[in-house]
Design a protein around this ligand. Structure first.
Ligand code: UDP
Length: 455
């Protein structure tokens, strides 16, 4: 009898990493692979709390947890040093976990699939004689950029601390959007310590990517073939995954407010702006007010995800009487079933921070983007959306560094009256579908990945 393949999937403990890896894990399970999914105790608890009883019953993968070592200093989980803290404990804790699983399970783990952000744990897999596969849940462009860090230093484009030496645009190739120096994924102007940490993280990612037998990526090849060509052993399997197979509430760290779907059902087709800035973006109170007033000035209906910590980690205050004035045409929730919303015919555009998951989810549903990137790879993603794929528009800061209500109103108008952007978005949606449907490039790549696991 063939050995049952059993993979251990390990995401970085953050929303934007857990969700795509859970999608991938579900897809593997639907293809007959046994999957154990390892979260930190902190994240694992949140995932379970956000799952309904039927989600739990239908869950095709086993969820397990390990300690992140931060039980006595939980505030560090949201700090910039979290990745360093994790790196100190994760290899040992994962090794213990694998041994425990293998002692008690008659189908031992045969392969570790690790998020490249914690890619150093593939060393543990190597030591234990298991297959090692990496996943990059972000775009291939940002991974190609990490792979280029030593070259950027060597050629004098950035210094050893990641600061650009000149002011010129940085380009990995003619086919990839250029980056301003402030848009480098590790850029943290005014905070050299954090910038160095982010640069070191990019180097860790590079090393793990180069050592992995396969680097799975949440994209499809033709979307950015040039960046894919710069990544050794890349296997694009996105957009992750065929959404219809999944229960959309799986993999979120907060409960999704599904009342927005019944609210959307009552709105006319193509009439609602969906506004959501991912799991970590924060605004100043002043900027939050401008955002609210800009949405109001646009005159459109809106569905807005306002996390309880969106204003510098705290509850926001709305401008005077904003909620009363917009009650008839606005719906605000703390966390939403984003993919269901983007698939809804009432949604006209996606006002987004351009996290990679949001980018792929909007793109998979043909929804034009209004882009407001905040940090990390989001600026690069915005350049892809606006310059390369031409499926969105970007907001510009004023001389005080603010995005004004007038800028928001104007760009919403420009976006919603731009037929070219909508046509391009629909074209990309079709391409994305083709890639994951039978015979498509991502479909075939996923099949060959299953064969690799079963070999
Ligand atoms: N998301 C969600 N509900 C929300 C907002 C976001 O389920 O109200 C999900 C979204 O579908 C995406 C993830 O959270 O899969 C956010 O990932 P992304 O890479 O876009 O941004 P990050 O949170 O990493 O900045």
């Amino acid at each position: 009898m063939d050995l049952q393949q059993h993979v251990l999937v390990v995401p970085c403990p953050a929303q934007g990493h857990v969700k795509p890896l859970i999608k991938m894990a579900y897809n593997l399970a639907y293809h007959g692979i046994k999957v154990t999914f390892a979260n930190t105790e902190h994240v694992g608890g949140k995932i379970l709390a956000a799952m309904s009883e039927s989600d739990k019953e239908q869950c095709p993968i086993r969820l397990v947890t390990y300690s992140d070592g931060l039980e006595s200093s939980p505030e560090k989980r949201d700090g910039p040093g979290m990745m360093d803290d994790l790196k100190k404990v994760m290899p040992d804790n994962l090794e213990k976990l694998i041994k425990q699983i293998n002692d008690s399970d008659n189908e031992p783990i045969t392969c570790v699939i690790a998020d490249l952000s914690v890619g150093y744990i593939l060393e543990v897999a190597r030591k234990l004689g298991l297959k090692q596969v990496a996943v990059w849940p972000a775009g291939p462009g940002s991974l190609a950029l990490s792979l280029h860090v030593p070259k950027l230093i060597e050629t004098g484009i950035i210094d050893e601390n990641g600061s650009p030496i000149g002011n010129e645009l940085i380009r990995l190739s003619e086919e990839v959007p250029a980056l301003k120096s402030s848009e480098l994924t590790w850029s943290c102007p005014g905070n050299p310590t954090v910038q160095k940490m982010l640069l070191d993280y990019s180097l860790d990612v590079k090393q793990a990517a180069e050592n992995a037998s396969i680097v799975l990526c949440n994209t499809y090849y033709n979307l950015d073939s040039s960046s894919c060509a710069m990544i050794p052993n890349v296997l694009p399997i996105g957009p992750l995954p065929a959404i219809k197979k999944l229960n959309p509430s799986s993999g979120t760290l907060s409960s999704q407010d599904s009342t927005c779907i019944s609210w959307l059902d009552k709105q006319p087709a193509n009439s609602v702006i969906y506004i959501a800035f991912g799991s970590t973006t924060v605004f100043s109170q002043k900027q939050f007010n401008e955002l609210a007033l800009g949405i109001e000035l646009s005159g459109h209906s809106f569905l807005w995800v306002v996390r309880p910590n969106i204003v510098n980690g705290s509850f926001p205050e709305y401008p005077n009487n904003f909620l009363e004035r917009t009650a008839a045409r606005g719906k605000i929730v703390e966390w939403a079933p984003q993919e269901e919303i983007l698939a809804h015919t009432s949604v006209s555009c996606f006002f987004s921070h351009c996290g990679w998951n949001s980018t792929m989810e909007g793109l998979s549903h043909g929804v034009p983007f209004l882009c407001w990137p905040y940090m990390w790879d989001q600026f690069f993603n915005k350049n892809y959306i606006c310059e390369m794929w031409k499926v969105g528009l970007s907001l510009e800061h004023d001389e005080d560094g603010m995005i004004s209500r007038h800028e928001i109103k104007t760009k919403i108008y420009d976006l919603l009256t731009d037929d070219g952007v909508k046509t391009n978005a629909l074209k990309l949606m079709e391409n994305a579908k083709k890639s994951v449907n039978e015979g498509g490039s991502s479909y075939e790549n996923f099949k060959s990945f299953i064969k690799y696991l079963e070999a």
